[in-house]
Unconditional design. Structure first.
Length: 329
């Protein structure tokens, strides 16, 4: 078992990455249904929580079927992050995660996310403030460093463990790399091999297939992996990795019926949580992923995106289910 504080996870757990505008409760529902062991909310602005911004507060919604579930926070002010840890704890998650890895300009250039990799003392102070203001386990997600010349994640791992974080996830790129190039997991392996490190260490970056998950497990010795972009429109990646880890065999890809059923589950949850108008609108970003490689996918996607009511969407999904369309790529 892998333990994060009082949370028990299976050996080699699979984590769903927190992704803005993606990993909301509807998306988390389909990932959980396919075997995700630990999930996180979209990252939540501490400043937004303090202002009681509706969008930030809505992201605090967690449900029992998702557990274990973590709320992820980001911000640039130490006191505000501490206060938001207390607010988030009241929402009832299983853990609090701090984002020290987001590379996007709107976050990093405001002194939050990956920007803290350039100010380790402040990162330590901020982490301590979060730990002080919650009884829940606190975890951290970060990157190798700001740029090629400042890969300081090994020092970060020791210092954050020493003040009490319960687990660490490292994305194998620097902030400057954004999501370009190949993720480098060698420093992640060095953290895991460090005899001073006692907390679970999870790797993130470029886990796009069951084969790669097992290859990185064996090569780098991580306690588990976090899957991000590869799960968008393909939540089956969690069950496929688990099956490959257990048997060494690859599962067949999801059938047309499975694709339609999973897309419908995602859609139903979206409408239930967001309401019909917003639920229909925000599902539009997912259709291309669910039906990628399907014969006639472009035409189906166009119709789904143009549909304006839940009834219209469900009717089109029913048509896809009986179309006998085949995968062509």
């Amino acid at each position: 078992m892998v333990n994060i504080g009082n949370i028990q996870l299976p050996n080699f757990p699979l984590l769903l990455a927190p992704m803005e505008d993606v990993s909301d409760p509807p998306f988390r529902a389909v990932c959980k249904a396919n075997g995700a062991d630990l999930m996180y909310t979209e990252f939540i602005s501490s400043e937004g929580l303090i202002r009681a911004a509706a969008k930030s507060r809505k992201k605090l919604d967690v449900f029992d079927y998702e557990r274990p579930i973590g709320i992820q926070l980001f911000g640039s002010d130490v006191a505000t992050m501490g206060e938001c840890a207390a607010i988030s704890t009241e929402a009832g998650p299983d853990l609090i995660d701090i984002n020290y890895g987001c590379p996007v300009k709107q976050v990093a250039c405001r002194g939050a996310g990956a920007a803290l990799l350039r100010d380790i003392p402040k990162m330590v102070e901020m982490t301590a403030a979060v730990i002080k203001n919650t009884h829940l386990p606190v975890t951290v997600k970060t990157r190798l460093g700001w740029d090629e010349g400042t890969k300081n994640v090994e020092d970060v791992a020791e210092r954050l463990q020493d003040i009490g974080i319960a687990a660490l996830t490292v994305h194998g790129r620097t902030r400057v790399q954004l999501y370009k190039g190949e993720a480098d997991w060698r420093l992640i392996a060095r953290i895991k091999d460090n005899p001073r490190i006692r907390i679970p260490v999870f790797g993130n970056g470029d886990i796009t297939s069951p084969e790669k998950a097992v290859e990185y497990k064996n090569r780098y010795g991580v306690d588990g992996v976090m899957v991000g972009r590869a799960s968008i429109g393909y939540p089956w990646i969690f069950r496929e990795i688990k099956h490959y880890v257990a048997t060494g065999q690859l599962l067949a890809p999801p059938t047309l019926d499975e694709r339609v059923a999973m897309c419908q589950l995602h859609f139903d949850r979206s409408v239930e949580w967001k309401g019909p108008r917003v639920g229909v609108f925000e599902m539009r970003r997912h259709y291309a992923h669910y039906f990628r490689g399907l014969e006639g996918a472009k035409a189906w996607r166009t119709r789904l995106v143009d549909a304006e009511t839940p009834e219209a969407v469900l009717e089109i999904l029913a048509e896809i289910a009986v179309s006998e369309a085949v995968l062509v790529g």
